[in-house]
Design a protein around this ligand. Structure first.
Ligand code: GLU
Length: 297
């Protein structure tokens, strides 16, 4: 793919799955990743992660893109749709299979329940016509990285996750494989997203190493929790954001990112608000903790 780095070389992205309308938590990820890219003088891309048709909601991708437009968050390059890129994932998977780093696996969820759900060797009782493909995770695969917001993160992927799925038994591509292939293909230098994906990052780093791809920098934004203390989720039909009232929502997201409230108080419209936000944004104020929308750092 032809990409252009932008003057600073920084390339960020927002990668929503179309499993529902944008809610406040996903808007926070969009706005946060946009602000960090703008502040760095970089580019900001949008990638629709539409690889899981059973979980997709009809029309959600279009509504998410319309909402981003209403919030003034315009991608700097053409939008990428994962459903149109199977050949890229196929090539990466084939390479891992050829090199013996990935293997076909007939284990079902029930089989794995006998070993705490963590795959270290096949325990399948039956062969399936449609085996999944997993990455072989060597014993002692401890992955550490420094997150720009959360600090030092370390995970023993072999013990805590095990050999993980790259292509599912139902034939769909696993998020972990597609995200790694696409971040590299789009030359993403900075992955900024919700902290619900913090746990996936060590798997993605292992996969980058297995494929000989560079590891981007990571920043995981605080999660927005609902009144029950759980993360808001698009598929739970959590409160969608109201694109008809972008100023109120952007101001609320700005506060949740720990930023100075007065900086946007006098913004007249969306372009004016975004211009003020770009000037005033201070990434060191982003709180490393999750919380309800009204909670401050
Ligand atoms: N598609 C994922 C989601 O909507 C985000 C993936 C990512 O940012 O790496 O939760």
């Amino acid at each position: 793919m032809t990409t252009s780095p932008g003057p600073s070389g920084y390339r960020g992205r927002f990668a929503p799955s179309p499993t529902g309308d944008l809610h406040f938590g996903s808007l926070l990820a969009a706005f946060g990743s946009w602000l960090l890219a703008r502040r760095a003088g970089g580019r900001w891309l949008v990638r629709v992660e539409d690889l899981d048709p059973p979980r997709e909601v009809e029309g959600a991708a279009r509504r998410q893109l319309d909402a981003l437009h209403a919030f003034g968050l315009e991608p700097d390059e053409e939008i990428v749709w994962q459903s149109r890129r199977p050949t890229l994932y196929e090539a990466a998977l084939q390479r891992l299979l050829d090199e013996g780093r990935a293997f076909h696996c007939h284990c079902s969820r029930t089989d794995l329940a006998t070993v705490s759900g963590i795959h270290r060797r096949c325990v399948a009782r039956h062969t399936r016509p449609d085996p999944a493909v997993r990455l072989r995770v060597e014993d002692g695969s401890v992955v550490a990285f420094d997150d720009a917001i959360r600090g030092h993160v370390e995970q023993d992927v072999s013990r805590e996750v095990g050999d993980f799925v790259l292509r599912r038994a139902d034939g769909f591509w696993a998020y972990q494989l597609a995200v790694v292939v696409d971040d590299a293909d789009q030359d993403i230098t900075d992955v900024v997203r919700g902290a619900d994906l913090l746990d996936s990052t060590p798997r993605q780093i292992l996969l980058q190493r297995a494929l000989g791809l560079p590891t981007p920098r990571y920043a995981h934004l605080p999660l927005v929790l609902g009144p029950d203390g759980r993360k808001l989720s698009k598929s739970d039909a959590a409160q969608p954001v109201d694109p008809a009232d972008p100023l109120t929502t952007l101001r609320a997201a700005w506060l949740r990112l720990g930023q100075a409230p007065q900086a946007l108080a006098e913004a007249r419209d969306v372009p004016d608000l975004l211009a003020r936000a770009t000037t005033a944004f201070d990434s060191s104020r982003i709180p490393p903790r999750d919380g309800a929308p009204h909670e401050m750092s």
